[in-house]
Write a protein that binds this ligand. Structure first.
Ligand code: FE2
Length: 171
């Protein structure tokens, strides 16, 4: 039988909340660096505009996260998020492999939707935890970002249905 030598300090939901806040803070900053590259690569006007709009939104999202860190009395710091690094890496691969090709925009769009879905998962969880932990103001900020990510995802879906995939098919 294992002997419990010394009880570690139990990790609570508040610790988990802080960890995931650092994760999404890292992710947003990574996305901020990536969006201009995606915007530059996009051919379709609509997609180009969507990327630049989302870059502006992302700046606001980082500001919200800074506020949430303040509300929980922690410094705004990120923690390497392998998931977003992987998604961004895949997007970079598409940009390289499909450079100048008709399907490039469809690939960029797919990469952007993967990013949005990752963020939607994170913000949905964080918002719920903020409520659980008794941070209603933080929950409201996280919810505002969640709504933006969802709207962006929806806009991207519309684009996928309209122009971009048709072009990729050579229509
Ligand atoms: Fe975001």
């Amino acid at each position: 039988m294992k002997e419990i030598v010394m009880a570690k300090k139990p990790k609570m939901l508040a610790d988990l909340f802080h960890e995931q806040l650092k994760d999404v803070f890292y992710a947003e900053n990574k996305i901020l660096k990536t969006l201009p590259k995606m915007q530059k690569a996009a051919h379709a006007k609509d997609l180009n505009a969507a990327f630049s709009k989302h870059e502006r939104e992302t700046r606001g999202q980082v500001t919200r996260l800074n506020k949430v860190f303040k509300m929980i009395g922690k410094p705004a710091r990120g923690k390497v998020c392998d998931a977003i690094n992987g998604i961004v890496e895949e997007g970079a691969e598409v940009m390289k492999d499909f450079k100048g090709m008709p399907a490039l925009d469809a690939g960029l769009l797919a990469a952007a939707q993967a990013v949005e879905h990752y963020e939607m998962a994170r913000y949905g969880t964080l918002r719920t935890w903020a409520e659980e932990l008794g941070y209603p103001e933080a929950a409201a900020l996280l919810d505002a970002t969640l709504k933006e990510e969802k709207a962006t995802d929806k806009a991207l879906t519309q684009m996928a249905k309209s122009v971009i995939n048709l072009k990729a098919e050579g229509a």
